[in-house]
Write a protein that binds this ligand. Structure first.
Ligand code: ASP
Ligand code: MG
Length: 459
């Protein structure tokens, strides 16, 4: 007998806001062949609310009641509109309530302790996803679907142990997950967290349920991964800034990673990571798309396709900052960079990119880390560094497409259009990635630069 490979599908928080959404999701699930693994995230906005409660409940027990009422009423509203049978409705709500009781127990514990231990924060934030998986699996069961809720701690989705922003240990997880999803049924898994080798809940970073789904696809040896969204897929630029942006139907994993890393909000930036070296394709599907045989908005796989344009999409973000270390002999000094980056790492600051010259080291990082980074490096008083400055007036643009590195004239065209608009490039890098060039402009130039570059390549 051949073992059927499972298909993994993922639904996001903005796909689950109303009972209509739930109906759409349930009908989509029923059309897939089994075994099917469904990864869900928290109801839109709920993770933020849980974070707020986790922070404040030590001083204010009334938050627990408020949260319970809010969650029961939103879940009940969805379930009531979904099911007619009062008996089934009662069963579904009993399932949801028992999950909610667990959450309340932890919140009360924090209140009595008077503090929120690190592990408790991860645990509490995972309840957004756990409530979604409980609600969806109960609704599907009520409709007669053969379905099972499969929690990461029970199936063995093992992490590297870091709280708040863990990575999945693929080897350890694969040993547990492979063959676990063999039955011809639907498995509902809450996304966004895994468990450390010693059994503690670890979140996978904000927005991390896309990454959960990809890691599960890899470790379970899935046939494919469909990520359902409330939009079509990748676009040639952010349609809010560039109204004539067009859909990008096919992307390589590298292109999708670069776009997600530098601004495209459609996928979590780590989603492509688990799938490297596998032949699992990601399809991005629109929940509100037309027809049963909807075609994917975007397909992401390992094929490298150089388009006529070379550029496939232009992403941008203004959530960055530039850290500049200046000193006349910096380029000739060894060890300066190693010490600077080690100090940033020790302070929990992630570096996005580094560019060096004889008289300067330039480090790109998240804008919210900039002030702290300046403080850390000033304190370090590195030899040969005469000044440490932060520049927060920065927006990054990334033009992405396979073939960029070997095609001449791409950067020249970009620089040319920007010069024509009087937009100064503060910094640019071409070459580190095979499929991307990056440039940094002033924040106020971000949108104009994005439109101008888009127009140059897509007119
Ligand atoms: N619910 C989590 C968050 O808001 C994970 C996710 O939505 O992917 O960050
Ligand atoms: Mg999300």
């Amino acid at each position: 007998m051949t073992i059927q490979k499972p298909i993994v599908v993922k639904f996001g928080g903005s796909d689950m806001k109303t009972s209509r959404d739930m109906r759409l999701i349930a009908d989509i699930i029923k059309r897939y062949p089994t075994p099917l693994i469904v990864v869900v995230s928290a109801l839109y906005g709920l993770t933020d609310r849980l974070a707020e409660v986790a922070r404040s409940v030590k001083d204010d027990a009334a938050l627990i009641d408020g949260l319970r009422r809010f969650l029961l009423s939103t879940k009940r509203e969805i379930a009531e509109n979904f099911l007619d049978d009062p008996e089934k409705l009662a069963q579904v709500m009993a399932g949801v309530s028992s999950r909610l009781k667990e959450l309340e127990r932890y919140l009360k514990g924090i209140h009595f302790l008077g503090q929120t231990p690190e592990f408790a924060e991860d645990l509490i934030l995972s309840y957004g996803e756990r409530l979604s998986s409980r609600l969806l699996s109960s609704l599907l069961k009520a409709e007669g679907v053969d379905c099972e809720e499969a929690l990461p701690e029970d199936i063995g989705l093992i992490t590297d142990g870091e709280f708040g922003n863990a990575g999945i240990d693929y080897g350890a997880s694969r040993r547990r997950l492979k063959g676990r999803f063999g039955a011809r049924k639907v498995y509902i898994v809450p996304g966004f967290y895994g468990v450390s080798p010693d059994g503690k809940v670890n979140l996978l970073g904000r927005g991390g349920s896309d990454y959960s789904a990809a890691a599960i696809a890899r470790c379970a040896g899935a046939a494919s991964l469909d990520i359902w969204k409330d939009v079509d897929g990748f676009m040639s630029s952010d349609p809010k800034a560039v109204p004539d942006a067009v859909p990008v139907r096919r992307l390589s994993r590298r292109e999708a990673s670069e776009l997600a890393y530098f601004g495209a909000k459609i996928l979590h930036s780590r989603t492509m990571e688990p799938l490297a070296g596998t032949d699992i394709a990601i399809r991005i599907m629109n929940l509100h798309g037309q027809g049963a045989g909807r075609r994917p908005g975007s397909l992401i796989d390992d094929r490298r396709r150089v388009s006529r344009n070379v550029i496939k999409s232009i992403a941008s973000t203004d959530r960055i900052g530039i850290l500049r270390l200046d000193g006349p002999g910096l380029g000739a000094r060894s060890g300066v960079m190693a010490r600077a980056t080690a100090a940033l790492d020790a302070a929990g600051i992630n570096i996005l990119s580094v560019i060096t010259a004889q008289t300067a080291i330039t480090i790109l990082l998240s804008g919210s880390d900039l002030e702290k980074a300046v403080r850390v490096l000033k304190r370090l008083a590195l030899p040969a560094v005469e000044s440490v400055k932060g520049d927060g007036d920065a927006a990054l643009l990334a033009a992405v497409g396979e073939g960029i590195r070997e095609r001449c004239g791409i950067l020249a065209r970009i620089a040319g259009v920007l010069a024509g608009k009087g937009i100064n490039i503060k910094l640019s890098a071409s070459g580190p990635s095979e499929a991307a060039v990056y440039l940094v402009v002033r924040r106020r130039d971000r949108r104009r630069a994005q439109s101008a570059i888009h127009h140059e390549f897509f007119r």
